[in-house]
Design a protein around this ligand. Structure first.
Ligand code: AMP
Ligand code: ZN
Length: 121
């Protein structure tokens, strides 16, 4: 199957992975809306919210708690938005939850390598 997120999960294409366990992978969005914009994907290929089972949804939100705590601690945003697109709004047809931090003053340094270092060191 030609799915870009399955390729990221299988390490066939690189990602800035900030958290991973047996069920999910969390990595920086390649085109971030803000500093620390992260995607959480289940390791099973599931298309969207209509298809996802409750157990996998719980795995995604378990990881989401961990990652939002990490982002809050390390990047200190003033708010965090969770977003999940379906249908025509969804570009990548592998379920993913966006974590989008917001800041009072938009952070200038949005370099993925620097954000990765801040979140993982
Ligand atoms: P959506 O519109 O919810 O399907 O969003 C798809 C998201 O995936 C967009 O925010 C893209 O920037 C992001 N994206 C696409 N390819 C990659 C990639 N190789 N690594 C990280 N994020 C990606
Ligand atoms: Zn996939």
């Amino acid at each position: 199957m030609d799915c870009i997120f399955c390729k990221i999960i299988n390490n066939e294409i690189p990602s800035y992975t900030i958290y991973e366990d047996e069920n999910v992978k969390c990595f920086l969005d390649i085109n971030p809306v803000s500093k620390g914009h992260t995607l959480i994907v289940p390791k099973k290929h599931i298309k969207d919210f209509y298809d996802i089972d409750n157990e996998t949804l719980l795995n995604v939100f378990d990881a989401c708690k961990k990652v939002t705590n990490l982002i809050n601690k390390k990047l200190k945003p003033n708010g965090i938005r969770l977003l999940q697109n379906n249908g025509v709004l969804q570009d990548v047809k592998h379920f993913h939850l966006h974590i989008i931090p917001s800041y009072t003053k938009e952070e200038k340094n949005n370099n993925a390598e620097d954000v990765f270092q801040l979140l993982t060191k």
